[in-house]
Each structure stands twice: as C-alpha cells, then as structure tokens.
Design a protein around this ligand. Sequence first.
Ligand code: 5GP
Length: 207
Amino acid sequence: MRQGLALILSAPSGTGKTTTCRLLLKKLPDLKIAVSHTTRKIRNGEKEGLDYFFVTSKEFEEKINNNDFLEWARVHNFYYGTSLHSAEEHLNTGHDTLLELDVQGVETLRKMKYQGIYILILPPSIEEMKARLTKRGTDSEDRIKQRIETGKKEIKKYKMYDYVITNYVVEDTVNAILAILQAERVKVSNYRPTSPDIEALLQEGTD
Ligand code: 5GP
C-alpha cells in the first residue's frame, strides 16, 4: 500500500485558514487530519480531539520528554505540537493527511527532510490581515499586534514551502490546493503498481 501524502499547511493568523480548511474537508471528505496538541484555551465552537487535544503545560512537557512529538513549537506563548501518532496513524494506512503547522514546525520538518507537500497560504496584504483579525474580535489589541508581527516573520519565510497561495477568494484557494494534491498524487515518485500483472512486469525491470 502506498503511504498517504502529508499535506503540510501554514497560514499566518488572519489569512482565512480555518475557513479554507473547513471548505477543503467538505470538498475532500477522504482527507484525514493530524490533530495537534495545544496548551491554549479552547475557543467557542471548538471540540476536544477534533480541533485540538487541549492539554496542560505539564502534560505537554511530559509528551516532549517521552519523544511523543514529530515536532512542537511555542506559538504566541502556548505550546503546539503534532504527535507522531496523529501524523502517522492515517499516513501509514495510505490516507492523505493534513498537518497544520506554524513556520517553526515547518522549519523542524524541513530539517528532518520530512516527506510532504508544503503549502503556505498568504493574505492579499498585511492591511487585509489586520482587518480580518480585528473583525474576528477574538483578540485584544495587543494580541492582534503580536499576531501581525508573527505573521510578517512568517511571510518572509515563504521560500521554505513548495507552493504559495494568496487567499483572495476561499473557493479559489481550495481549488488550488485540490489541483496541487491531484498533481502530486500522479507524480512518478508516488506511483505504485495497481495490479499483480503490472507489478510483475515492473519487477522485470524498466527500459
Ligand atoms: P490557533 O491558536 O490560531 O489555532 O493556532 C496558532 C498557530 O499555531 C497557527 O499558526 C497554527 O498553524 C499553529 N499550529 C497549530 N497546530 C500546530 C502544531 O501542531 N505544530 C506547530 N508547530 N504549529 C501549530
């Protein structure tokens, strides 16, 4: 069985990542999610085990010490991490899996040469990002400033990714992600024989 593809997605705060991911999952119900752990508080509408596993700092640090994480980072003063189990459980059974990471997580995975499709979603402008964060109304003015500063640093790291999509209209952004995934699935390196006769033929060697 072929390994699933790891779709590694980053987007600065206020880029429309949540809306993008929701629509993506609606259009691609087979896509699995590697649910992250975090020490931040649960927000209205979020569900334990679906959006995140919400844990205490002590629990998170125990997991770090047990080497339970594929990667982890501190983002906006909270811990966030993808456990090895979350990442591998679906990939190992051939399911394409979405990993949502900040740029630090991507840096870690790139250093490990972790196989995946790295996609960065960007806002059309920093002004637009500010406007979206203000409109969302979930953060204080200080928090918004902090998120914008983090966002600027993230934008500067765009070369770490394989693809950059500017999120003008969410439908277009999702269609671009679907097109990328479709192209990656049919890459030569991802081909696996689909029948015993083709497998036998290829075992004879290629010309
Ligand atoms: P939020 O608190 O808004 O859900 O997420 C804040 C930031 O943490 C976002 O940039 C998000 O991509 C990032 N993030 C979420 N899960 C993980 C994770 O498992 N690892 C890392 N490195 N970043 C994560």
